[in-house]
Design a protein around this ligand. Structure first.
Ligand code: GLY
Length: 400
């Protein structure tokens, strides 16, 4: 790997920009209270949703109930596994195991599986289940999902196509930064099955992301197109960001978290370097309270925040902290920023007066250009917020 990887600029991290009270100290009382509030919310919603799932984003801070049909269903299952790990309480495990059976049926019947988000879905539900309990049905489902994901690999372009039929002219040859989080499922599948094809596809895809999605200034395109027949790289653009040449905050956060998670499997140190490039770009564009706007082009003013991007980035910064060499000069600042983000979310971004079906983390944005889930709760925001709380309170092995 790669010219663009080498030439993407590592901006100096402007630590003076971080809120002054982000001094790296953990407020244990705040984090314990926040964890208790998250568990209460999960208990309430486990009763409320039963065998249904929360929708991707809330309406009036309440999640509508849906079946197992969306790209986001695994986040709810992942929250149950986190709650089980945090407490050992059997009802969380029982709830998660019911959902694992639903995920098994979903991949076996190829229901709502025609997209790349199988990693989001199956890492947090079935890989988690297999890691925590050894459930063979969960492993079978995760491996089945990885096979479906591998079907989306375009050999000439060397990427996994994000959305749509492989023959759809509007979607052909499109990769997106979010897919970084889908790759761990492929690596897991190679380790579990001994089949090298999963790993080879993931290695190729992450290299393409490093080379083409990351821009020379350390920002990211949301999406990038290749000619699927020749494999020629075409152009980057956005889907959920402000503009083709702006930097969608959640995309940058998917990069900050996804590159180090892939590094865990493939050991390519350049991915860590690249994650630092993305992290510095992100942290240098935070507003005064340290919680990003929905696009990093905004650093002040009345646009909405995306608390979900902040939570994802916090997990990525903690993953970087866990992975970088002890003497890496950026390591302490990443920990400081991650703690600051999580504590700011806990203090000022949680839903108050929650009712059955309420989300946990408010002020997130799903899809601003289409007006979906704007200044609402997003179920992945809730998941990553709880993952970040977990990471700060114990030595946690990712489900990714
Ligand atoms: N992966 C889709 C999103 O972040 O909205």
């Amino acid at each position: 790997m790669t010219q663009a990887l080498n030439s993407a600029r590592l901006e100096a991290l402007d630590v003076e920009r971080l809120p002054p009270h982000w001094d790296g100290s953990i407020d244990s009382v705040l984090l314990q209270r926040a964890t208790a509030q998250a568990l209460l919310s999960i208990d309430r919603n486990l009763r409320h949703f039963g065998d249904d799932f929360p929708a991707p984003s809330s309406s009036g801070l309440q999640y509508p109930a849906i079946g197992n049909i969306e790209w986001t269903n695994g986040f709810w299952t992942g929250m149950l596994w986190l709650a089980y790990e945090l407490t050992g309480a059997p009802h969380y495990r029982a709830g998660a195991e019911r959902q694992v059976r639903s995920f098994h049926a979903r991949q076996a019947g190829r229901q709502h599986t025609n997209h790349h988000d199988l990693g989001f879905l199956y890492s947090l539900s079935c890989v988690a289940s297999h890691r925590l309990t050894g459930d063979p049905l969960a492993a079978e489902a995760a491996l089945g999902a990885a096979r479906l994901l591998l079907e989306r690999y375009l050999p000439h372009a060397g990427i996994i196509q994000a959305w749509g039929e492989l023959s759809d002219p509007a979607q052909q040859g499109r990769m997106i930064i979010d897919c970084n989080l889908n790759l761990p499922l492929l690596y897991w599948a190679s380790e579990h099955s001994g089949e090298a094809a999963f790993r080879a596809a993931a290695d190729s895809h992450i290299e393409a992301a490093a080379r083409h999605i990351v821009r020379p200034d350390g920002s990211t395109f949301h999406t990038f197109f290749f000619d699927p027949a020749s494999g020629r790289p075409l152009q980057g653009n956005t889907h959920q960001g402000f503009a083709d040449d702006s930097c969608w905050s959640r995309g940058q956060a998917w990069g900050i978290s996804g590159f180090p998670l892939v590094y865990r499997y493939n050991g390519n140190a350049r991915l860590l370097q690249l994650a630092k490039v993305l992290a510095n770009y992100f942290l240098n564009r935070l507003p005064a309270d340290g919680i990003c706007y929905w696009d990093l082009v905004f650093t002040s003013g009345g646009e909405e925040r995306d608390s979900s991007a902040a939570a994802i980035a916090a997990c990525g910064l903690l993953e970087l902290e866990a992975t970088l060499a002890d003497d890496d000069p950026l390591r302490p600042a990443y920990r400081r920023a991650a703690i600051g983000i999580v504590q700011e979310l806990s203090a000022s971004y949680l839903v108050r007066d929650a009712a059955p079906g309420s989300g946990l983390l408010q002020h997130a944005v799903y899809h601003k250009p289409q007006g979906i889930g704007v200044d609402e709760c997003c179920i992945w925001g809730d998941y990553f917020y709880l993952e970040a709380l977990t990471r700060l309170q114990r030595n946690w092995r990712p489900y990714w």
